[in-house]
Design a protein. Sequence first.
Length: 165
Amino acid sequence: MPLVDIMLDQLVTARRIVEDGAEVMPAWLITTPESSFLVLTRFDTDKPEQRERVLVLMTRFMAWKMATSFVLVAETWVDPVISRSGQEALLVVGVSRHEKRLAMQKIVREVPVDFGPVVWLAPEQVDDTYFSLLPPKTSEITIEEIAELSAVFGEGGEMQAERLS
């Protein structure tokens, strides 16, 4: 399935979560040569060290599994400079070896909840951090890292990776 289609599917899921009154937990859909994985990553946004840890672990997980692409969907705040009023939005990032895409959709929290149009951003408008998370085609993982990653992403782990296919 094309990266854009996966991103739009993930936005549909995120909208349903918002419509149900729940918070959208950052969700990573990772495609590898053998399978796809879904990883939910909850962290306290007021603690930047937790965000950094999640990003490092996700990058190492993708290297371990030889990821070819990922889609990240999360709830975020649009910078007041961009939106003029600071507003919640859904963010979806898609990265593959050949594509780098990002889209946002504003959330209008009224009854019923509504959403603005999906706005696609140019890669130069996006923090390069997102695009650097997909590891290069060849990466080395140590035995110690595999043990740590197995504990974190394995069954019952802090960020259990659910195999989808």
